[in-house]
Design a protein around this ligand. Structure first.
Ligand SMILES: [Zn+2]
Ligand SMILES: [Zn+2]
Length: 145
């Protein structure tokens, strides 16, 4: 009996904590300095449409992307909201990466290789720019010792 009374209270506390964390994150983004203004004008990012009938790949302004994220992000949701695809008009486009491997070069949605892995690991050839730069730094450190 006692345990079953505690549970709803615990859930309520957790929800409040998540909401507060979301508000703090959101206000940090929308505050002056950094944010969208910190992104260089003309910087482009890749986006890819996840709609199986579309699969459009195109570049958009990093500023426009972050502005959209600030305006549409749900502080309660752990994932970024989808973008409206400029080809099919559906909310199914996501931040993507272009593979740096010259023999590959595909555009893929970030995190395609699954949770816990580098978000920029190419699902086709397995190359990750983040992993590469980390390995380079690690090798340099080891060489210096
Ligand atoms: Zn599309
Ligand atoms: Zn690749």
């Amino acid at each position: 009996m006692e345990e079953s009374k505690k549970k709803p209270i615990m859930i309520g506390v957790i929800i409040v904590c998540i909401a507060v964390a979301g508000i703090i994150t959101y206000s940090r983004y929308s505050g002056s300095g950094g944010g969208v203004d910190g992104i260089p004008e003309g910087e482009m990012i890749w986006v890819k449409c996840n709609n199986p009938n579309c699969k459009a790949e195109y570049q958009m302004s990093a500023r426009a992307y972050h502005k959209y994220m600030l305006e549409n992000a749900n502080p309660m949701a752990p994932t970024a909201p989808p973008l409206i695809c400029k080809e099919c008009g559906e909310p199914s486009a996501y931040r993507a990466e272009k593979c740096e491997n010259p023999d590959c070069g595909i555009v893929f949605i970030q995190g395609s290789s699954g949770p816990g892995d580098f978000a920029d690991r190419c699902p086709k050839c397995g190359q990750s720019a983040t992993e590469k730069s980390r390995n380079r730094r690690k090798a340099a450190m080891e060489a210096g010792e």
